[in-house]
Design a protein around this ligand. Structure first.
Ligand code: AMP
Ligand code: GLY
Length: 427
């Protein structure tokens, strides 16, 4: 029996811990810092260590004889937690800091893609505002403006006019609106087409793609309102089919793993490729070096294989020895967020109805929740993801919305169109 640590405290980490806690190989599961949802799982304890405390997390693994550490968010990966764990003799599911630069530095990622002949949008990198503005004035098109570093999903501006693009350049390079994440920027050719994401378990050489999921970034139904971390997801996504996933596997994932392997820095963990399907074929928009949130909450419900076996195989370079199987049905995750999300914090308010939603066949994953005076409260941000499966997306969605209807907290926001129309799938 193994002891497993999951690092993180959001809905994605609750979903991963939920699947790991069902593995007969897992005798004990620690989650740092976790949330009230992870605390309630079988054989699971939350540990009050923050995801930024790499030394503290390594010490925790040593103290508790952790056999496998699963890293949820990007920041500890970029800070080198997997390298520090390797030095301490602890196996980890997640890429090294060198590999995590594919997400942490868009300038590095772009160079990597171009050097290895992997299709992507053309881009120029700038650190000097004068040079960036002069370049902007000299080009006929309006490029996408991207902060190179980690900016919590906010560092990409898709301007419609040159003036708007110049404003974004100044905000990043002159006003330093994104701090050190915006010390370098990319001015990138704008791509047109359908956006798809392909996520894959990777063991350094081999990979196994997850079922395609569609995220919903905007706050309100019909893709209106500000961008968020994601308000819901469903799988399978009509934007992707097996042929396209195969093509992206051959043209993007396989050459990425091969190049990192040749460099002596094999990629182990989850690789998330965000792509635009253009008239010239798929092109990479970005890489993430971790699972998506809330895509994971939807997709994990369909995993038939043992997540511990799959993750341990990735960590040890032996994915060839396991089959990764998924139930051939549909799954939907609907996010319930607090009143101020995504702009303002919200005061804690009590939540009712989670048990009733689960009685309807939903699985409810926690994120911004806390226990106050013994009662479950919404503490801000994205609060819960209500998930349900069904024979098709419409059935799964109908069941998930019955769960949402059972749950209440003052000011709760959710989108009414997750998996109900072609929401989020742009032509
Ligand atoms: P994210 O990086 O997830 O915050 O979001 C960036 C979003 O900006 C993507 O999901 C795309 O919709 C858009 N985007 C990024 N790069 C490009 C590009 N080169 N052309 C068109 N849209 C882009
Ligand atoms: N839902 C998008 C992401 O996790 O980056």
């Amino acid at each position: 029996m193994s002891c497993v640590l999951v690092v993180g405290g959001g809905g994605r980490e609750h979903a991963l811990a939920w699947a790991l806690s069902r593995s007969p190989h897992v005798g004990r599961l620690l989650v740092a810092p976790g949330n009230p949802g992870t605390a309630a799982l079988d054989r699971t304890e939350n540990v009050a260590t923050s995801t930024g405390d790499v030394a503290g997390l390594v010490a925790l693994c040593r103290r508790e004889s952790v056999d496998l550490a699963v890293i949820g968010p990007e920041d500890p990966l970029a800070a080198g937690i997997v390298d520090a764990l390797a030095s301490a003799g602890v196996a980890a599911f997640g890429p090294s800091a060198t590999c995590a630069r594919l997400e942490a530095s868009k300038a590095y990622c772009k160079r990597f893609l171009i050097d290895n002949g992997i299709p992507t949008a053309a881009a120029e990198v700038f650190g000097d505002p004068g040079a960036a503005l002069a370049h902007l004035a000299s080009r006929p098109d309006v490029p996408v403006v991207k902060a190179s570093g980690l900016a919590a999903g906010k560092g990409v501006i898709v301007p419609e006019t040159e003036a708007e693009a110049a404003g974004a350049v100044k905000a990043m390079l002159t006003e330093r609106r994104f701090g050190s994440a915006g010390e370098q920027i990319l001015l990138e050719e704008r791509l047109w087409g359908r956006e798809v994401s392909v996520l894959a378990f990777c063991d350094g050489e081999r990979f196994a793609a997850l079922p395609p999921a569609q995220d919903h970034k905007r706050l309100r139904a019909g893709d209106e309102g500000p961008n968020t971390g994601g308000m819901g997801a469903f799988t399978p996504s009509p934007a992707t089919d097996d042929r396209l996933i195969d093509q992206i596997g051959r043209q993007v994932i396989a050459p990425t793993l091969a190049a990192l392997g040749r460099a002596g820095t094999p990629y182990r963990g989850l690789l998330y490729a965000g792509l635009m399907i253009t008239d010239d074929g798929p092109k990479v928009i970005e890489f993430n070096c971790r699972f998506g949130d809330p895509e994971t909450q939807a997709v994990i419900r369909l995993l038939r294989s043992d997540l511990f076996e799959v993750m341990a195989a990735c960590a040890t370079g032996s994915l060839g020895g396991v089959t990764v199987e998924w139930a051939p049905v549909a799954s939907v995750a609907i996010v319930m967020a607090s009143a101020g999300y995504p702009v303002a914090a919200s005061d804690p308010v009590p939540i009712s109805g989670v048990v009733e939603a689960e009685q309807q066949g939903c699985v409810v994953f926690h994120a911004g929740t806390g226990i106050i005076d013994g009662a479950l409260h919404a503490t801000g941000g994205r609060v819960l993801a209500v998930t349900a499966t069904g024979p098709d997306v419409a059935a799964a969605s109908a069941r998930a919305y019955r769960g949402v209807a059972a749950i209440g907290f003052p000011g709760a926001q959710h989108r009414a169109d997750i998996g109900r129309t072609s929401a989020g799938v742009r032509p």
